[in-house]
Design a protein around this ligand. Structure first.
Ligand code: FMN
Length: 321
């Protein structure tokens, strides 16, 4: 059973995932029941330069609310200036601060998870942003920079005292990358030792994992990342899967249909050429675990138009029927 608290319509939220969580995918996840969504991380500096592409990345439709726009940066002045621009131009429900990105390009600029090594700067950034805008501010952290310095309870207590409205914790260190299991016990410890809502994140691949995370940690909501890719129906209260993990025939058709719907929406937003290109990685993920998926993927990668993709799926469903 998934408990209810925290002021959201549900308990499962979509994680920010750069390159995947555009408006099209966020709407799909919302329609399946995601209670909240986030944009990819957006460079605060690019926002202050009023970069056109950056502004496009922050556009969202009313259907996506509640939505968080996630900012990434390390200069408190730039972060505050960017937050003001975001608040004035987009009015998201929350501005989320990225203190978890492990990517070298980001960390080398002292941004993302690098700030876990400089708690005093993280505190300055957070306070400046909270005081600069009239909308809630949240933060997303990893559990630490490395095993030796890992102390998410102190970090979240600091964030709480700076005035953030909630935190999301992905309990892996930066040094871990995505290796090993996320240590959910940090989520429990953060929840038990702070008073703001805590969103737990990490390794939730099916609804049952989410129920387990709630039970083991007492978190207020669960954020799902990779488990939603090619699998947005994770957000609905799914029936128990087959014991052997196999997929029913109807699921195959449902998956193909969902992928087609996603593609149509991608083409509507970006046009046929870009829409299909942007969709390729999603199509690969939708077909994961389907029978004869290798062959299906090969044909999908070669498809150049909506008509081609439609034809590939029709032939495929006929072939396995
Ligand atoms: C492709 C990809 C892109 C990501 N981009 C972001 C991002 O822009 N901002 C962020 O805070 N986390 C980002 N993450 C991390 C996820 O939000 C999440 O914390 C992580 O994947 C663990 O959750 P999961 O096990 O449910 O996937 C990204 C993860 C992946 C796999």
């Amino acid at each position: 059973m998934i408990p209810t608290s925290f002021n959201l319509s549900g308990k499962l939220v979509l994680a920010p995932m750069a390159g995947f969580t555009d408006s099209v995918f966020r709407i799909i996840c919302k329609r399946f029941g995601a209670a909240m969504v986030f944009t990819d991380l957006i460079s605060a500096r690019a926002i202050t330069y009023k970069n056109k592409k950056t502004f496009e990345m922050m556009e969202f439709s009313e259907e996506e609310r509640p939505i968080g726009i996630q900012l990434c940066g390390s200069d408190p002045d730039v972060m505050a200036e960017a937050a003001i621009i975001v608040a004035e131009n987009f009015r998201p429900d929350v501005i989320d601060l990225n203190f978890g990105c492990p990517v070298k390009k980001v960390v080398n600029k002292n941004e993302g998870s690098a700030l876990l090594k400089d708690i005093s700067l993280m505190s300055k950034i957070t306070s400046r942003v909270v005081n600069a805008v009239d909308i809630p501010v949240s933060a997303k952290i990893r559990s630490g920079w490395d095993k030796e310095s890992e102390d998410p309870v102190s970090v979240v207590n600091m964030l709480q005292s700076c005035g953030v409205s909630f935190v999301t914790i992905h309990p892996r260190t930066r040094a871990q990358g995505y290796k090993g299991a996320a240590n959910w016990d940090w989520i429990r410890q953060v929840k038990e030792n702070t008073s703001i809502p805590v969103i737990g994140n990490g390794d939730v691949l099916k609804y049952q994992d989410a129920a387990r995370m709630f039970q083991q940690t007492g978190c207020d909501a669960v954020m799902i990342g990779r488990g939603a890719l090619g699998n947005p129906w994770i957000f609905k209260d799914m029936a128990a899967p087959q014991q052997d993990g196999s997929i029913e025939q109807s699921d195959v058709t449902e998956k193909c249909f969902a992928a087609m719907t996603h593609l149509k929406q991608s083409i509507e937003k970006y046009g046929e050429y870009s829409g299909i290109r942007r969709m390729r990685k999603h199509l690969i993920l939708y077909t994961h675990n389907l029978p004869k998926s290798r062959e299906l993927r090969k044909h999908l990668i070669e498809a150049k138009s909506m008509k081609d993709v439609d034809g590939v799926f029709r032939e495929y469903v006929k072939g396995i029927g």
